[in-house]
Design a protein around this ligand. Sequence first.
Ligand code: HAM
Length: 425
Amino acid sequence: MRGPRGTQDILPGTSEKWQYVEQKLIDICRRYNYKEIRTPIFEHTELFQRGVGDSTDIVQKEMYTFEDRGGRSVTLRPEGTASTVRSFVQNKLFGLPNQPTKLFYIGPMFRYERPQQGRLRQFVQFGIEALGSNDPSVDAEVMALAMSAYEEMGLKSLKLVINSLGDRESREAHKNALIQHFTPYREELCSDCQVRLDHNPLRVLDCKKDREHHAMSSAPSILEYLNETSLEYFEKVKAYLDEMGIPYEVDANLVRGLDYYNHTAFEIMSEAEGFGAITTLSGGGRYNGLVEEIGGPVTSGIGFALSIERLLMALEAEGADLPLEDSLDVYIVALGETSEKEAVNLTYQLRQSGVQVDKDYLQRKMKGQFKAADRLNARYVVVLGERELEQGSVSVKDMSSGEQMELPLKQVIQYFKQKLAGGEE
Ligand code: HAM
């Protein structure tokens, strides 16, 4: 039996990397004061149709949708924003005294895409959402958090690309310009784009098939259609990024693959050599209007999400080493039946005292047990020999110096508690 296409097992050796980066992300959220939210893995299908948008590839082609036994259509979440907003509305978080509501999540998302490196059918997103403020400094904060997440883990070849999609009025004007621009080439566009032209012309700019069509490069840019409010908003976002010294590039063609965006849109790319075909590490933007769409009060929102898979790929491509420890405090070697009993108890007592301990479970000979201790990178080995035990003592070996000493059994716990807390012997 093999796991389904586009899924992966994360095994020991790699899972430590996941734990490290996830913990680091949680730590960054604590500093930026974002609190964790956990929402269900599946939601009513309608949430994503309305939230992510009916005309997006995600909703049209990529959702894991099925009927449950009660005949309701449910969908494995393809992203985290719609669920977060649904929960914000359902739990009336907008009524809490502390606003904006600043949330983060880490969890599996599901998209039926063509799997390739950095693109899976089940992947893990870390994302943040700030709901309830229309201040451009929140936009800058979200980008600052995203960039520092990567930088603090050791990535250097990063590019922050930003754009403004404007407010409703600006987008309407741009949409009409796009229709005018592309209509003469209608028949030359792919069948999807012909539909997009009628329903959501902005999506045409994001088409993978028509990317090379000559009408693409000359398509009207949203930046030419921003009204004064939108322009002013964009200027403030850029000014705050400048203030913090965060470099960025403006790319008028950045449109994002989800329908809920307006004003700020951004992506972070890896420029590391050997990163592969997909260079986008994360993306996000503002989504004023989404909360109302999902049945809540008028509320602004902005957020972003990254996938842990692509983050780890980028770390690998840049050769960034994570400070992971793969060692064991103590390995207990036992020889003979009485010692085995003592070993079970001592292992338990040490673990209860906070020491990281393992022992032999395969009745190996002394040499085999020492080899096992070596493989596990044990810092100390405690040998419970029958003869020593009769005198109430054990021998302790410091594996890095090779030094060995006798210690009364009664003092073993105290000894390691001090030793491993960095205290004196
Ligand atoms: P998205 O651009 O669809 O945005 O996804 C965000 C990130 O998730 C991508 O940049 C990428 O790192 C990762 N990702 C997406 N699909 C896959 C995949 N198949 N395999 C591996 N990684 C993938 C969103 O999902 C928005 N909800 C982001 C957001 C939050 N906007 C506002 N708030």
